[in-house]
Design a protein around this ligand. Structure first.
Ligand code: SAM
Length: 223
């Protein structure tokens, strides 16, 4: 049922309709969706996953901050060109070892995805070799108050024309102020991050209001 000006109307929502005509997600993505919700594991919304796959389609070297059980990683790895790689960072060993099992079941070769089991800012500061880059796409989805610091660490590691994508930037309405924020919940830092990227001519950037808000920025090659 969908709500229209005349009341409730039988039919599909826009997102349901898109889902009904699109190629179904890989069975391992569906399995991850099934286990994540009851276990309280935060993963991307499916529409954001589809968008990430489009953005990853011609990106050979991808870096991700925040793996969890590897849902977003798998959307990107399945969409990349042959020979593409993903380096993904998450200090939670239990989650990333489950992620590895899902990727294997999806037929992704182990060497395609490298896991860095450290807090991202520590790994960047320690110049972990796997994070040298250059990367063609960086996906940020970890601690909200650290997004700007992740960007600082990522910028020198990006190739010209690289994409920066970040999830949860609308933070369920708190970033724009349609829902109340609370001290320490990351809202102030997310607002600063969004202002920084959308206001900087180094980037061509916007925020897609899908899922919890997906920021997409291209590092301009003329910058
Ligand atoms: C929102 S989840 C990632 C979801 C994943 N991108 C997906 O859509 O499937 C955030 C993850 O960030 C990880 N995390 C927490 N602190 C971190 C840090 N300092 N550096 C990198 N990852 C961190 C958490 O362990 C958690 O698994």
């Amino acid at each position: 049922m969908v709500k229209s000006e005349r009341g409730w109307w039988p039919g599909l929502t826009d997102l349901e309709w898109i889902d009904s005509i699109a190629t179904p997600p890989h069975p391992e993505l569906l399995e991850m969706e099934r286990v994540a919700r009851p276990e309280g594991i935060p993963i991307l919304d499916r529409d954001s996953g589809r968008t990430l796959a489009v953005l990853a389609a011609n990106r050979r070297r991808i870096v991700e901050v925040g793996t969890a059980i590897g849902y977003s990683t798998l959307w990107m790895a399945l969409a990349q060109p042959a020979g593409g790689t993903v380096t993904t960072i998450d200090p939670d060993h239990a989650r990333t070892s489950r992620a590895r099992t899902f990727w294997q079941r999806a037929g992704i070769a182990d060497e395609t995805i490298t896991i860095v089991n450290r807090p991202a800012l520590v790994a960047f500061a320690e110049q972990v070799r796997e994070l040298d880059g250059p990367f063609d796409l960086a996906f940020i989805d970890a601690l909200k108050h650290e997004y700007s610091s992740y960007l600082d660490a990522l910028l020198p590691r990006l190739a010209p024309g690289a994409l920066v994508v970040a999830d949860n930037v609308l933070w369920s309405g708190r970033t724009a102020g349609t829902r109340p924020a609370h001290p320490g919940d990351g809202t102030v830092e997310l607002q600063a991050f969004c202002r920084r990227v959308l206001g900087d001519p180094t980037f061509s950037a916007t925020i897609l209001p899908i899922g919890d808000g997906l920021l997409v920025a291209m590092v301009r090659s003329d910058s």
